[in-house]
Design a protein around this ligand. Structure first.
Ligand SMILES: Nc1ncnc2c1ncn2[C@@H]1O[C@H](COP(=O)(O)OP(=O)(O)OP(=O)(O)O)[C@@H](O)[C@H]1O
Ligand SMILES: [Mg+2]
Length: 147
């Protein structure tokens, strides 16, 4: 596991862009951490790193946003409002894992699913922790390759 400290929003974006270089079609990135940790910022860094020409926003309300990047399509999900595996299926999550694209899911841990069973490419878990209250911009980013 890789553990990286981020001291600012820009640094988080930079870390995500660097990480994005290793991603290819069929890969899955689960992004976990508490409210306001920076999951959307990290995801939008990946999307920017892959050359999307628009800035990625939170898909909380839409559940999924699709980004046509330079060499790949990225489907960016947010499971915060979902309750069951059936909801995940309904929003196209499993289809996304099967398709020739990269799949990102914020709040992946909110629903109990054995993701390993469904991912055919690499599976990464990103866990973002918020630093102590004196250092409001501090984040601890863990990058774990599961598959
Ligand atoms: N080092 C940092 N990295 C990322 N974000 C930071 C950092 N320091 C402060 N922030 C702030 O934290 C907030 C992170 O917001 P973001 O929407 O990415 O969180 P989130 O984890 O997606 O939240 P949610 O659970 O609501 O989806 C932003 O307001 C950002 O400016
Ligand atoms: Mg978010």
């Amino acid at each position: 596991m890789q553990k990286i400290e981020s001291s600012s929003l820009l640094e988080t974006e930079y870390i995500a862009k660097y990480f994005a270089a290793s991603l290819k079609p069929y890969d899955f990135v689960a992004v976990n951490g508490p409210l306001g940790a920076g999951k959307t910022m990290f995801s939008s860094g990946i999307i920017a790193g892959k050359g999307a020409n628009i800035v990625a926003a939170s898909p909380s309300y839409s559940v999924m946003n699709r980004y046509d990047c330079k060499t790949v399509i990225i489907n960016h999900f947010d499971f915060y409002r979902l309750k069951t595996v059936y909801d995940m299926e309904n929003c196209g999550f499993f289809d996304s894992l099967e398709g020739k694209n990269i799949t990102i899911a914020e709040w992946a841990d909110i629903i109990t699913v054995d993701y390993k069973k469904y991912v055919s490419g690499n599976y990464y878990n990103i866990n973002i922790k918020i630093g102590s209250s004196e250092k409001k911009e501090k984040r601890y980013i863990e990058i774990e390759k599961i598959l």
